[in-house]
Design a protein around this ligand. Structure first.
Ligand code: GRF
Length: 212
C-alpha cells in the first residue's frame, strides 16, 4: 500500500480530514516543527506515529531541511502533504520531493499567497474566495494546481466567518487530491495538472447571485 507523511505546525484539522477520509494509503507519520502543535495530540490519540523537529534546535534552514528530509526518507513515503505547515522550505528540499510534495492554501491561488489570505481577500473586496491544493515548487504558494473550491464572500463576513467556510471546503478537497495522487490519476505537465476521470458539471458560481 502507498503511504504518506503529513507535516503540520498547528491545529491539524486538515491532517484530521486526511485521517478520516479512508484513503487508499497509509499515513506513515505526522511530523511537526512545533512541539506545541495541537494536531500532535490528535494524531497520537489516533495511534499515529508522531515526530517533533523543533525548528529552534536547528542552526538555520539548511540544517533543519536536511534533518527533516532524513526523517521523512526513513518512511520512504510516496507523498508528503503539508497541512498547515508554517515554515518555508528551501529550494533543495523542494526539488528533492518534486512531484510528490503537496500543500493546501486557503485562497484561490495565485491570488493571496502568503499570510492572512482571508484578510487580503476581504480587503480587496473579492466576491469569490476559496482554497487550493497544489504541488509545491520553489516559489511560496505557487505550483501546479490540483483542485480548488470556491466560496461566496458575503457582506457580513469577517476574517473568522470566511475562514470557517473556506476550511469546510479545505476538508473536502485535500482528501480528494490525495486520493487522486494515490490512484495515479494526476498527470503533471509543465504547470498544469490533468486529473483523469474527474467529474465536471456545468454549474457556475455567481457571487452575489444574479437577480431574477
Ligand atoms: C489551513 O487553513 C491551511 O490551508 C493553512 O493553514 C491552516 C491550517 O489549519 N495552510 P489546520 O492546522 O489544518 O487546522
Amino acid at each position: 500500500m502507498k503511504s504518506l507523511v503529513i507535516l503540520i505546525s498547528g491545529r491539524g484539522s486538515n491532517m484530521q480530514a486526511l485521517m478520516e477520509a479512508n484513503l487508499p494509503a497509509r499515513i506513515a507519520a505526522v511530523i511537526s516543527n512545533k512541539p506545541e502543535a495541537a494536531g500532535l495530540d490528535i494524531a497520537r490519540r489516533r495511534g499515529y506515529e508522531t515526530i517533533v523537529l523543533d525548528q529552534r534546535s536547528y542552526a538555520g534552514r539548511e540544517v533543519f531541511d536536511q534533518k527533516l528530509a532524513e526523517v521523512i526518507d526513513a518512511y520512504a513515503p510516496d507523498l508528503v502533504a503539508l497541512a498547515g505547515f508554517m515554515r518555508l522550505l528551501g529550494d533543495s528540499f523542494v526539488s528533492r520531493y518534486e512531484g510528490r510534495l503537496i500543500n493546501i492554501h486557503p485562497s484561490l491561488l495565485p491570488a493571496f499567497p502568503g499570510l492572512h489570505p482571508h484578510r487580503q481577500a476581504l480587503k480587496e473586496g473579492v466576491k469569490v474566495h476559496g482554497c487550493t491544493v497544489h504541488f509545491v515548487t520553489a516559489e511560496t504558494d505557487r505550483g501546479p494546481i490540483i483542485i480548488q473550491a470556491a466560496v461566496q464572500v458575503i457582506p457580513s463576513d469577517t476574517e473568522e466567518t470566511l475562514a470557517a467556510r473556506v476550511l469546510q471546503q479545505e476538508h473536502r478537497i485535500y482528501p480528494e487530491a490525495v486520493r487522486w495522487f494515490m490512484e495515479d490519476r494526476l498527470k503533471l505537465s509543465d504547470n498544469s495538472v490533468e486529473v483523469s476521470d474527474a467529474d465536471f458539471d456545468d454549474s457556475i458560481l455567481y457571487s452575489p447571485g444574479l437577480s431574477k
